[in-house]
Ligand binder design. Structure first.
Ligand SMILES: N[C@@H](CCC(=O)N[C@@H](CS)C(=O)NCC(=O)O)C(=O)O
Length: 219
């Protein structure tokens, strides 16, 4: 059976679980305790040379990087989430790259400084935090605009690009980033967050987050 090595606070790990759930792929979820050094063991580093989550192991085949893993799972199931046709697929790639690079990059800067730095603890980098807020405000309108033209990010049907954006946005409330000015994005997100592929995973994830924040510990 497919094994997903991940951590509850990892949006990249949750993205892989969302896709596996959507594709009805059965999996064993292996919770990796990052703070206890489980990603630094020789055994783990053989799977991921930089010691990150997520990683999958599928019948002896090992793969890391969440977007690559999601593409692999879609290929395997020949899923319309990531279709074969050149142009629709390229539009999905475009949004995968844009969201991971620009929106994910912005949220990571803010979330690191507002949520994790005080807990680790390391000094908060105010400049990096502000850069994150500025990039977030600069790049969100591109997504809102795309949702003006069709119900999902690249087109009329749900795609891998939507799942990537959904997972990427998960920490916005905790990081105090405001998405309410983007009404189409908010409606799109609310619709997807009610679906089982998401709720199944988010219930545990949300609980872990709350515990982490209230106990001041990183999981
Ligand atoms: N681009 C990677 C990001 C992987 C990543 O940064 N994972 C984080 C959790 S979201 C991690 O493993 N952090 C622990 C560490 O860097 O030691 C992906 O999408 O898989």
């Amino acid at each position: 059976m497919l094994k997903i090595y991940g951590a509850d606070l990892s949006t990249s790990s949750n993205k892989v679980r969302f896709v596996a759930n959507l594709l009805n792929i059965e999996y064993d979820y292996v919770r990796v305790k990052v703070k206890d050094g489980e990603t630094r063991t020789a055994e783990y580093l053989r799977m991921h040379p930089a010691g990150k989550v997520p990683v999958i192991e599928d019948d002896g085949f090992v793969l890391f990087e969440s977007n690559s893993i999601c593409r692999y799972l879609c290929h395997k199931k020949q899923s319309g989430l990531y279709p074969q046709e050149l142009k629709p697929r390229s539009l999905i790639d475009q949004w995968l790259d844009f969201v991971s690079m620009h929106i994910g990059g912005a949220i990571n800067k803010v979330a690191f400084n507002r949520l994790f730095a005080p807990i680790i603890p390391v000094e908060v980098d105010k400049r990096s935090e502000q850069d994150g807020v500025n990039f977030f405000n600069r790049f969100l309108p591109a997504v809102e605009n795309s949702l003006k033209h069709h119900p999902y990010l690249p087109g009329d049907t749900i795609s891998l690009a939507d799942i990537n954006l959904l997972a990427t946005l998960d920490p916005v409330e905790l990081a105090k980033l405001d998405i309410t000015p983007y009404s189409r994005l908010v409606a799109w997100r609310n619709k997807l967050r009610q679906q089982e592929f998401y709720t199944k995973c988010y219930e545990e994830y949300g609980e872990t987050y709350k515990k982490m924040i209230s106990s001041g510990k990183k999981q």
